[in-house]
Ligand binder design. Structure first.
Ligand SMILES: Nc1ncnc2c1ncn2[C@@H]1O[C@H](COP(=O)(O)OP(=O)(O)OP(=O)(O)O)[C@@H](O)[C@H]1O
Ligand SMILES: [Mg+2]
Length: 532
């Protein structure tokens, strides 16, 4: 149970919400929604006890399992399996068991006997705490989140950002926490895992807050919706499921628009009257009062502020280049004994559109990183054609320098642009005023996505390499990005499991990983997108 009273949250000087009170009880499954940067992550961090509110109180009972939006760095030497098991304090026991097992294989009988004794002791403790069953349960959860045995044996530092996040999610689901706070849990999941997660969350009997842009997840799990309205700094609470919430929201918005129009009309009439009366000395006071009343009427209405605007995006006019700006021959990659893919060939023609499909772990991000030149292939090479200019959008925003400000990040990617040009582009991506001086590290998930895309835009690239560019975006911003993608005339290599994104790209060709088979795009591939 979590109980919140009179909560006030700020980000720097900006007020995010004020006077917010609610409770999360057993069985409450809350969908938390609101525009990018509205303060959803900030709120869940505070609920998880990882941030302090400007004012108000948060009281919680029972365990809380919190999945942050960004993969956290913890002890990266820890094995993935131990990280998951640590949620129920089982990691130490299993580690000791494995140690004892290893020593039991020793040639020295003394060591062997000692280890045997120790093993029995630890095992009976382990058994009495439901150890093996729990371990199996953890294994099942992990495997449903596309984390096979071999991954679980690896230290966290060898895992990709997406895998690490799945480990964190597995840990929370395994923990049996009374209340779960999940910030965009589907971001790094494949379709099968998402379906499984939906079912899992449906069965969950505790409390839940989930932030997600996955509509189906919201539809199937949520029985309440909290809408964080950044304009009014409040949370509107809807005690209903997702479908009814959407209808209700629409009705509310219509009512508000009507209210606004009415008030504007009335205020206009009052103003006119006041202006007419002002001319006469005897009526000057009455005129003034009337004008004041009109002002008050308008002030009570909600303004549509900057946060409701959406970036009017355009990707760059591509710089001129040769007929085939990029080719890749014979690319292959293995990690240790694990072969990710072999012999992938790809020629990116000027203005062509390619989509890369493959299940989780098939190497899509790896391939894109190679094309971008940030990772070396084991064999083969990526060749730049005449005039090649790459714009790389990385899934984890690792192209951003989190210690430097929004403006500095832009200057680095567009050294030839002057200050006005840089600020203009930032403005069209909704960074204005003080926003440009924020360190990139404090930006919200959606804001980071916007900045990373802005840096791509500034580069006048002719080959865009886009890795899941719609993750984290609110629906309005997503539509803008897709519009820009549709209009862009340069070449695009896209990795995405967002069907809408692939539709917007209107690809000519598809590369299937891990086999590296290339084919002309056809409708039959569209179905694969959400699976990939
Ligand atoms: N230290 C800080 N200084 C200034 N602004 C900050 C700071 N920390 C966070 N912010 C701002 O607070 C706002 C709320 O961020 P938050 O991460 O809570 O948004 P969100 O609703 O989770 O958005 P998204 O949907 O993009 O994940 C953002 O505009 C962010 O840039
Ligand atoms: Mg967030």
């Amino acid at each position: 149970m979590i109980s919140v009273s009179n909560l006030e949250l700020r980000a720097g000087a900006r007020l995010l919400m004020d006077g917010v009170s609610f409770r999360i009880d057993k069985g409450d499954k809350i969908g938390l929604v609101g525009r990018n940067g509205a303060g959803k992550t900030t709120l869940t961090r505070v609920l998880a006890g990882q941030g302090t509110p400007a004012a108000g109180e948060v009281v919680s009972n029972g365990d809380i399992g919190y999945l942050p939006q960004d993969p956290r760095t913890g002890d990266l030497e820890q094995l993935a399996r131990d990280r998951i098991l640590s949620a129920r304090d089982l990691d130490t026991a299993t580690r000791k068991l494995r140690q004892a097992e290893a020593e039991m294989a020793s040639d020295d009988p003394a060591v062997r006997d000692k280890a045997m004794g120790r093993y029995n002791r630890i095992e009976s403790e382990f058994l009495s705490s439901g150890g093996y069953a729990a371990e199996a349960e953890a294994g099942a959860i992990a495997s449903n989140l596309a984390l096979p045995e071999r991954i679980l044996e690896q230290p966290l530092k060898t895992l990709s950002g997406g895998q690490r996040r799945r480990v964190e999610l597995a840990r929370i689901l395994f923990s049996g926490a009374d209340t779960m706070l999940l910030d965009e849990p589907t971001n790094h999941l494949d379709a099968d895992s998402i379906v499984w997660l939906r079912e899992f969350l449906k069965q969950h009997t505790g409390g839940l807050i989930v932030i997600s842009h996955d509509v189906e997840l919201m539809e199937s799990t949520v029985n309440k919706v909290f809408y964080l309205d950044a304009n009014r700094s409040v949370i509107d609470i809807y005690n209903m499921n997702w479908k009814r919430y959407q209808q209700q929201r629409e009705t509310d918005e219509r009512a508000r628009r009507r209210e606004r129009a009415n008030a504007e009309k009335k205020a206009g009439v009052l103003m006119d009257q006041a202006n007419k009366m002002r001319a006469k000395a005897t009526k000057a006071v009455a005129a003034q009062n009337m004008a004041k009343r009109a002002d008050r009427m308008l002030a009570g209405l909600e303004e549509v502020r900057a946060t409701d605007r959406v970036a009017a995006l355009r990707f760059p006019e591509p710089a001129p280049c040769g007929k085939v700006p990029m080719t890749a021959d014979d690319l292959s990659k293995s990690y240790g004994s694990l072969e990710i893919f072999t012999d992938v060939d790809l020629a990116v023609d000027r203005g062509s559109r390619v989509v890369i499909l493959g299940l989780n772990g098939a190497g899509k991000t790896t391939l894109l990183r190679m094309l971008a030149g940030v990772e070396q292939p084991d064999t083969g090479e990526v060749k730049a054609g005449h005039g090649l200019k790459i714009g790389y959008y990385a899934q984890e925003h690792e192209t951003l320098d989190t210690g430097r400000t929004v403006l500095e990040n832009m200057r680095t990617s567009a050294p030839d642009m002057n200050d006005t040009e840089v600020r203009n582009i930032l403005g069209s991506f909704l960074f204005s005023g003080d926003d440009v001086d924020k360190p990139a590290g404090v930006l919200s998930g959606g804001e980071k996505t916007r900045l990373a895309l802005a840096t791509v835009v500034a580069s006048s690239a002719n080959v865009l390499l886009l890795d899941e560019p719609t993750n984290n975006l609110d629906p309005a911003s997503r539509d803008e990005i897709l519009g820009a993608l549709r209009r862009y005339t340069g070449a695009v290599v896209l990795v995405s499991h967002d069907e809408g994104a692939v539709e917007a790209l209107n690809p000519e060709r598809v590369v299937l990983l891990p086999d590296g088979v290339e084919d002309l795009w056809g409708d039959e591939y569209q179905e694969l997108v959400s699976l990939a």
